[in-house]
Design a protein around this ligand. Sequence first.
Ligand code: SUD
Ligand code: ADP
Length: 292
Amino acid sequence: MDRLELKALGKINLGLDVLGRRENGYHDVRMVMQTVYLYDRIIMKKSKTPGIRLETNLYYLPVNENNLAYQAAQMLMDEFHMEEGVSIQLDKHIPVAAGMAGGSSNAAAVLFGMNRMFSLGLSQKELMERGVKLGADVPYCIMRGTVLAEGIGEILTPLSPMPKCYVLIAKPAISVSTKMVYEKLDSHEIEDHPDIDGILAGLKAGDLKKVAGSMGNVLERVTVDAYPVIDQIKKMMIKEGALNAMMSGSGPTVFGIFEEKATARKAADAIRDARLTKQVYVTNIHNARRKR
Ligand SMILES: C[C@@](CO)(OP(=O)(O)O)[C@H](O)COP(=O)(O)OP(=O)(O)OC[C@H]1O[C@@H](n2ccc(N)nc2=O)[C@H](O)[C@@H]1O
Ligand SMILES: Nc1ncnc2c1ncn2[C@@H]1O[C@H](COP(=O)(O)OP(=O)(O)O)[C@@H](O)[C@H]1O
């Protein structure tokens, strides 16, 4: 196989709790992750010339070793002493620095693609062990679907799939650093832990309303304090008929869960009309796990 086309899907966090801080600064988390059908497209081609050539449609993203897609290819090339090269075309659609794991998902797709294209023979577990060195969310992005993530995000338990629904995604025009959000959290006492067990019970029962009603994210307070627009978008989504709305990951993306596509579309228009942000997408959840 000389050419491979992949979809690197984004994620939302239906629940995100932080249990403690490790000595190295990383945090122990308990999160419910869900893949959504908003994706970057990646085309990989083998080449006789050694090395990695990366191109992307976003001029402001690095195309060298600072790009997670590049790092993923490099990691396997070094380990397997590969003599051939690879060119990677990365078409970004997942909002960047948004709390949707765009970079991690790109890295996951490239690890998967390199393993396939160069017949490296790594199992999914072996890919995940390598992936976590690139980012805490990379193992999940390899697995995909509805998953409980613990440890720093790398201990994964597949869950019953999220019931069918529509997801409205709105990314305010601000960027937040994941590292800073976790650091700021350390200066707060966490008063309200989200009801992760409620989400798990809702998923088990296939009860969308219970899942949505139990959603919660401890990182939200930190980011909302700095950027009130996040709260404004949440409130508008709920007013426009979302079962619930919440910030994803470290933000600033807000997502709303809707039963009807038409309602989600109307809410998207309302957010645009109120000029809260232009970056708005109506999508759905994606429950298929990655084929090995
Ligand atoms: C918050 C979450 C929720 O899914 O996602 P995003 O908002 O990034 O999408 C993740 O925990 C982010 O995962 P990811 O973005 O892969 O993290 P990394 O690149 O490994 O780490 C970036 C920085 O976040 C902090 N970090 C990350 C994960 C974790 N369990 N504890 C942490 O404290 C560390 O300060 C680290 O330097
Ligand atoms: N392939 C990539 N796609 C997006 N961002 C990348 C990529 N590689 C490196 N980055 C850098 O990682 C940072 C976080 O990006 P991203 O993964 O989109 O956010 P998040 O971790 O919030 O989901 C960005 O500021 C960007 O400069």
